[in-house]
Design a protein around this ligand. Structure first.
Ligand code: SF4
Length: 210
């Protein structure tokens, strides 16, 4: 582990660019550095977890209403300046809710958490020790879909403590807006969407560095 020091003393631009490149190396299709002030955090995003009710709502420590509230995230983000944002494409037949592709779908979401976790860890050991990352979807489905409960909600250790975390949307980040701001494509895909009706799925991850 490198010597922990203030981020400004560790060549800011260079390490940020390394994290962006690492995201691509780990499997992201596109990645960019963004100013944290450009991250849109909205209460209405979390409202969408409840209306209509998502399967993860209330049954996972990393999903609403148990996770960080948008207002809390906005407050925390005031202490940060830079983040790495990335997306990964997923074939339409994998992203739509079809039972025959559930394994591939779960694997696609797991990939996002792995990239986020690795970037967060890399930043931490570089001395950006307050870095934190957010994934996509719900860890209840992505990691504990076959389990009866969320251990963390029962006050026990999470089964995937270093990988599981809230998704960007669970804490109020408008992912659609962020993807559009980056100049990339994304399509709304609801529960009833059919593979032939959407060009592709897009999953996103974010690591707030400092
Ligand atoms: S990974 Fe499993 S145990 Fe951990 S917070 Fe998510 S649902 Fe709970």
């Amino acid at each position: 582990m490198k010597k922990v020091c203030l981020a400004e003393e560790v060549q800011p631009a260079e390490d940020l660019e390394r994290y962006r490149e690492k995201a691509l190396e780990l499997g992201a299709d596109r990645a960019c550095l963004i100013a944290v002030s450009e991250i849109p955090v909205k209460d209405a995003v979390v409202l969408k977890c409840q209306v209509p009710r998502c399967f993860g709502y209330g049954v996972c420590a990393n999903c609403p209403p148990h996770t960080l509230k948008p207002a809390e995230l906005r407050e925390h983000l005031r202490n940060y300046t830079w983040a790495v944002f990335f997306t990964k494409d997923v074939p339409a037949e994998v992203i739509v809710r079809d039972k025959t592709t559930i394994k591939e779908r779960v694997a696609a979401y797991q990939e996002i958490y792995k990239i986020v976790s690795e970037l967060e860890s890399m930043a931490f050991y570089d001395g950006n020790y307050l870095a934190f990352g957010l994934g996509a979807g719900s860890c209840r489905h992505t990691f504990c879909g076959r389990e009866e409960n969320c251990l963390a909600l029962d006050g026990k250790k999470c089964r995937f403590a270093l990988l599981a975390r809230p998704s960007m949307e669970a804490v109020g980040i408008d992912v659609f807006q962020m993807v559009a701001q980056a100049g990339w494509d994304i399509y709304p895909i609801g529960g009833g969407a059919k593979a032939g009706e959407v060009p592709k799925g897009v999953l996103a991850g974010l690591v707030v560095i400092r």
